[in-house]
Ligand binder design. Structure first.
Ligand SMILES: N[C@@H](CCC(=O)N[C@@H](CS)C(=O)NCC(=O)O)C(=O)O
Length: 202
């Protein structure tokens, strides 16, 4: 099995953590989809990472679909097999991924020359991040979709999104504004699967 991923993508990190937690062997092909020489479109027509090439040659994207595919391969389950029980987990995963979507959009916009930046657009994305973090903390308090005793894919997605905020948006200080999320994440981020996939220094 081969995972095509960049080392900074929170979605790719989600899959790397899931593979490690499940104990599934894979090779990592590092590819940065923004570079002209990228091979990512050969795997995923959308030109995005992660993409996973199964042992049978079938290619899977995007990260929620890859996570579902991994459930079919065995190893520690990260999603309830029962469809109704899996819904809140997938909802929390989608919320976390959506915060990453907003953070990446805001980051990319902020890298454009200042005179070309859409300040209102950045504010719009930042509002999504703030609302998303509040919703995540509320779901954590209600234990809605989080794994409780056993780690699940939503825990992993939330951890990777918070890790992305640490990586690109340290100035937002999400831990001060969301202390319950911070206390929960401290334990998660100490797991070897998270430590080993920390994004490289920016
Ligand atoms: N919904 C997708 C999002 C994937 C995504 O946006 N990946 C970014 C890297 S963080 C990417 O490859 N962007 C390249 C592009 O948009 O051209 C998933 O969960 O896999």
């Amino acid at each position: 099995m081969k995972l095509v991923a960049s080392l900074t993508s929170p979605y790719a990190r989600k899959i790397r953590v899931a593979l490690a937690e499940k104990g599934l062997p894979f090779t990592l092909e590092v590819d940065i989809p923004w570079l002209p020489e990228t091979q990512v479109p050969a795997y995923n027509p959308l030109g995005k990472v992660p993409a996973l090439v199964g042992d049978d040659g079938e290619v899977w994207y995007d990260s929620p679909v890859i996570a579902l595919y991994l459930e079919t391969l065995g190893g520690t389950p990260l999603l309830p097999a029962e469809r109704v029980a899996s819904l809140p987990v997938r909802q929390t995963e989608a919320l976390a991924d959506g915060i990453s979507d907003a953070a990446i959009a805001a980051f990319l916009e902020s890298r454009r020359p200042p005179e070309q930046q859409d300040a209102a657009g950045i504010e719009r994305q930042l509002a999504k991040i703030h609302r998303g973090l509040a919703a995540l903390e509320e779901r954590l308090v209600q234990r809605k979709g989080f794994g409780n005793a056993a780690l699940n894919i939503a825990d992993i997605a939330v951890g990777c999104t918070l890790g992305y905020l640490d990586f690109r948006f340290g100035h937002l200080h999400w831990r001060s504004t969301h202390p319950k999320l911070a206390a929960w994440a401290a334990e998660l981020m100490a797991r070897p699967s998270f430590v080993d996939t920390t994004p490289p220094p920016a």
